[in-house]
Design a protein around this ligand. Structure first.
Ligand SMILES: Cc1ncc(COP(=O)(O)O)c(C=O)c1O
Length: 395
């Protein structure tokens, strides 16, 4: 018997259609993957060089909290961006994913509630199921740029079981970036209701239109309730390294997180060596990357804007847009694209957005698209979506 907990857990909607994509590939179709936020920007050479230079005879466990070098470099990075975390405030994790799992385990009990915005990163659901917490949401709307709703609406979703406010900023899947004022409002609510703030900032560097990013880690009065969830996956285009971290100034929480880290022994050693080198890259590393993503963001929004009946949210951060399509059931359309459609042997894979909503019907006509391919490929992918929509209507 499989546990009820896992039986009830939905498949991640990012990878849900993978079997269909596999089949399409086996038939020789070329697929443009806009379904997953795995960038094609090259992982900096420094990562591989550092690992090659590492002369190890025995690949032992590294310290549970992370290697000293990585903890130091990670702390330096925070200091440079004005966040007052030292190495003692950090725990290196197996990706931001484990940072999220550990933090939920440390801040909630089974039956507690987590408050987040809707839509939210679909894989959060996995962790809600694993930890036995219930999600409560406040709505944000594609047509309003996913801005926060009024304070009363957010507060209305808080109950006496709510323990945690979880925020993805810049947002996946929304591409929205919260202003300092919006964070202040959320922070004040967290204080008033004594909530932990789990601030998922894995896309911190991906901010466009000259916006300034404010971290939840920069509010002195929230210090004892904030934990930052972080990762090198997107920051340095190193998703396969599986290196992330937690950062908190709360000593009790830090102790609990270290306890959890000790229970799983360690993170991979060589990947930590590589990650250390990434944090030593010159500060201007992000300038070029940000420019590249700005070009891609501009391209996808422009191309989608040309398609009849498609509404696309304006993305000011991360590398996602939500597109509202002129179809009733976007998941059915995504399936169609993989199974019945092709143009010169090519098609597109998208993530149905319903899986990013608690109330799935709200996202039924939407898809989430990751602008992680270079401009020419993005243009072709958008052309395929246009052709696909026309073919789907006739279907
Ligand atoms: C908002 C957000 N948080 C966390 C993660 C987890 O990233 P990783 O486990 O690769 O560090 C992702 C990955 O897509 C994400 O989009």
């Amino acid at each position: 018997m499989i546990s009820k907990r896992i039986e009830a857990m939905p498949f991640s909607s990012i990878r849900k259609l993978t079997p269909l994509a596999k089949e399409a590939k086996a038939q020789g179709k070329k697929i443009y993957h806009l379904n997953i936020g795995a960038p094609d920007v090259k992982t900096p050479e420094a990562y591989f060089e550092a690992i090659k230079k590492e002369n190890v005879e025995v690949l032992g466990y590294s310290p549970s909290q992370g290697t000293q070098e990585l903890l130091e470099e990670n702390a330096n990075y925070y200091q440079k961006i004005g966040l007052n975390f030292t190495e003692d405030d950090l725990v290196i994790t197996n990706g931001g994913s484990e940072a999220l799992l550990f933090t939920l385990l440390a801040t909630t009990d089974v039956g507690d509630e987590v408050l987040t915005s809707e839509p939210f990163y679909t894989n959060y659901k996995t962790y809600f199921h694993e930890t036995g917490v219930k999600v409560r949401t406040f709505p944000t709307d594609v047509r309003q740029g996913f801005k926060l709703p009024a304070k009363e609406e957010i507060e209305g979703a808080i109950t006496d079981k709510t323990k945690v406010l979880l925020i993805s900023n810049p947002g996946n899947p929304t591409g929205a970036v919260y202003s300092k004022e919006e964070l202040r409002l959320l922070g004040d609510l967290a204080k008033a209701h004594d909530l932990w703030i789990l601030s998922d900032e894995v896309y911190r560097e991906f901010i466009y239109d000259g916006l300034e990013f404010t971290s939840f880690g920069s509010f002195k009065d929230l210090e004892d309730r904030v934990v930052i969830l972080d990762s090198i996956s997107k920051r340095f285009s190193a998703c396969g390294a599986r290196i992330g971290c937690t950062a908190t100034k709360n000593p009790d929480l830090q102790k609990a997180l270290v306890k959890l880290a000790t229970g799983r022994l360690a993170c991979p050693y060589l990947e930590q060596v590589g990650a250390t080198a990434l944090y030593r890259l010159p500060d201007n590393y992000f300038d070029e990357v940000r420019e590249e993503y700005t070009r891609r963001r501009n391209c996808i929004e422009e191309e989608l804007g040309k398609i009849d009946g498609v509404f696309c949210s304006h993305s000011t951060g991360a590398f996602y847009v939500i597109a509202d399509l002129p179809v009733e059931d976007a998941e059915d359309f995504c399936r169609f694209m993989l199974t019945k459609f092709e143009d010169q042997g090519e098609t597109v894979m998208m993530a149905p957005a319903a899986g990013f909503y608690e109330h799935q019907e709200k996202g039924k006509s939407q898809v989430r698209l990751a602008y992680i391919l270079e401009v020419e490929k993005l243009k072709r992918a958008c052309q395929l979506i246009d052709l696909g929509l026309k073919a789907y209507k006739k279907n």
